[in-house]
Ligand binder design. Sequence first.
Ligand SMILES: Cc1ncc(COP(=O)(O)O)c(C=O)c1O
Length: 423
Amino acid sequence: MNQLEKIDRENIWHPFSPLAGNKPIGVRKAKGLYIHTLDGRKIMDSISSWWVNIHGHSHPKINKAVSRQAAKMEQVIFAGFTHKPAVDLSKTLKKLLPSNISKIFFSDNGSTSVEVAIKLAIQYWYNLGKPRKKIIALEGAYHGDTFGSMSVAERNLFSAPFNDLLFEVEFLPFPKGDGAAAIASMKELASEEIAAFIFEPLVQGAAGMQMYAPEVLDELISIAQSKKIICIADEVMTGFGRTGKMFACDYLKNDPDIFCLSKGITGGYLPMGVTAVSQPIVEAFDVADRLKAFFHGHSYTANPLACAAANASMKLLLKKSCQEDIARIEASHKAYVESFVANEKVDEIRYRGTILAIELKADDAGYTSDIKERIYDYFMERNMLLRPLGNVIYIIPPYIVTNQELNKMYKAIDAFLKELLND
Ligand SMILES: Cc1ncc(COP(=O)(O)O)c(C=O)c1O
């Protein structure tokens, strides 16, 4: 253990690991696809460091944009002031989002983008004088770690200490296959009591990259919107090319009323949350009565450095070459899935856009599956960060990954599965 790791263990509380098992690895630098550790290892970051750095680590264009912005203005209060980096970003996002989206609200991360969305939806009905408070969500959902975002997510081991403090939510069955059960449940629940329906479009990330069809989601949105229920697309993970299109909702015919964005928005440089809101909702707040204002604001709202990183990242993302990279990764995953030899240890292999997932059979399937550590250690021993979601191995690479590097990941997965077969 080096000095940095030693002091870390004395002082720092890392997320998601029991304190006793906390063994963080000291990192010297990160560049492109690779994390360079203090002990001289070069680890392939196959999951874009928790799904954020879509262009790889330390990209020269984003580096330059952030350092230029830092020399001009690092931060300014966003109540009563504005600046070019935020305005530029709002213009780009509005061009890419459906035409019903009218305003961009900035916050700090994925969880806060969801908090803002839920609060806006509930206050919308309050401002109209027709209070609706109930929310519909999907079984298996994950929307963040704050109380509101935990409330609209699956109750599980992580939420257990807080379950009786979370507000009540109606859950639809996960819309697998033709989604008949979810659709029937939505038909039953959709009423004038429901304020909003929140969902991770097409791919539930934390649930284990669980995928479902756009046609089913379209149907759910259509039923919800027929009762004027506000549809909130949590694109925190799926946004910015992850599913093969700019947003997962680009696969839909129906436009959601609110989008939550974060993670890839700044290319993984700085934390930022965006809640993009449609015109009818904005109008309910655009009134003379000051008590109907939206009283929500974080200190770092629209931080200029984060906006500068986001603008540079968006510029890279919109380049033809980056769009081609996304299509190339998707084609590569497709070829791997199609040539995958059925394996008695594998329950399902699936992909959507740049996301590939291999779900292993497990009696204790789920995030805390026993096999999780074995998977993590196996790939780390081979200098590959493939941090599984329980019994689900997945790849969600930065778009700069080469075909050769992808093949290396597939081969390592094949070798791991072979080892499992020999158990
Ligand atoms: C769909 C979704 N929503 C919200 C969040 C929370 O984002 P953050 O970790 O930035 O708070 C996540 C994080 O993984 C997510 O996958």
